[in-house]
Design a protein around this ligand. Structure first.
Ligand SMILES: Nc1ncnc2c1ncn2[C@@H]1O[C@H](COP(=O)(O)OP(=O)(O)OP(=O)(O)O)[C@@H](O)[C@H]1O
Length: 296
């Protein structure tokens, strides 16, 4: 039995908004990414898994239990991090975490302290005065502190700085080793690439792919921004090199798939002032995933 199972899940908000016919599953022990641009339908899907919303059509189950009718039972063994965290603002972080730990019936608070140390979180102050990042850290500690077997995380690194994003990746890898099952939404390919076994990709409410990270990694191309010694050199390099996307003055953006040897050989003939790899956007991923990249 799959841990999470969604079949033809549909919630139509009208005007083409919502989710339509979403079908995918997450196996026990699997870390699954859920990628999509803003407004694609990630939160709507997750809200159905939490039983906060009922679908117009289709079903979703967790460990064989209907997500709406068995929500209470499901929540008991679930680590959930919402996209927008609504805390009791007047409490201090410490009071809130104690309150949440009591609700979960937690006796041992050792893991809570470990997580606070891991994320350098001082939960002493009032939540309403905390930054977005600090609130996010409290949400993470709260979701992970009783080491559940299943996590559903909605954009877990939003508001975290790069150091803390890295720390979060380490935490997921640790939980994966322990055998936990994870579904995490994101609009950043990189964090999904580093943590997930597979990823589901949603766009405009419809699932466009469910892919193994290995397959996605292979189809992915690296995009480099090269600054050459002069405009003339940039033009000559553009004529010689395949995959050039745009040229501006002495700068060239080039997409390279697979090995880099040919690219480096070609670059070696010119004066290179700077070379930087561009982060892959989701749009890039969609384009070359569907073979629609017209720049090659
Ligand atoms: N309660 C609602 N009533 C009407 N429309 C809604 C409701 N909730 C979401 N939508 C719409 O459904 C679409 C999907 O929104 P959703 O929040 O699921 O996207 P998302 O992928 O989580 O985006 P983001 O990355 O911006 O959080 C959007 O067009 C949104 O405006």
């Amino acid at each position: 039995m799959n841990t999470i199972e969604m079949k033809h899940l549909t919630k139509d908000y009208g005007n083409q908004r919502g989710i339509f016919d979403v079908t995918f599953s997450v196996k026990k022990g699997e870390v699954m990414g859920f990628l999509g641009p803003n407004g694609a339908g990630k939160t709507t899907t997750i809200r159905h898994l939490l039983g906060f919303s009922t679908p117009n059509h289709g079903t979703c189950t967790i460990n064989g239990m209907d997500c709406f009718h068995k929500a209470k039972d499901i929540h008991r063994s679930l680590g959930y991090l919402p996209g927008e965290i609504a805390f009791m603002d007047d409490m201090t972080g410490k009071q809130f975490l104690k309150f949440a730990a009591d609700l979960k019936g937690m006796k041992n608070k050792g893991r809570m302290q470990e997580l606070m140390d891991m994320f350098s979180l001082d939960p002493g102050g009032r939540i309403k005065k905390m930054s977005k990042g600090m609130k996010q850290k409290i949400g993470i500690v709260c979701a992970f502190m009783d080491s559940p077997d299943l996590y559903i995380l909605d954009e877990p690194t939003s508001g975290l700085d790069p150091l803390m994003q890295n720390q979060f990746v380490e935490l997921i890898l640790e939980e994966k080793k322990r055998g936990a099952t994870v579904l995490m939404s994101s609009h950043m390919f990189e964090e999904v690439e580093r943590t997930c076994d597979r990823t589901a990709i949603i766009r405009e409410g419809r699932l466009v792919a469910v892919e193994d990270m290995g397959t996605l990694g292979k189809s992915k191309q690296k995009v480099f921004m090269v600054t050459l010694g002069s405009k003339a050199e940039a033009e000559a390099f553009s004529r010689e090199m395949n995959g050039v996307r745009q040229t501006g003055e002495n700068r060239v953006t080039v997409g390279v798939r697979g090995e880099l040897s040919e690219f480096i050989r070609c670059l070696g003939k010119y004066r290179v002032l700077n070379l930087a790899e561009q982060k892959q956007t989701l749009e890039d991923l969609f384009l070359h995933f569907y073979g629609g990249d017209s720049h090659e």
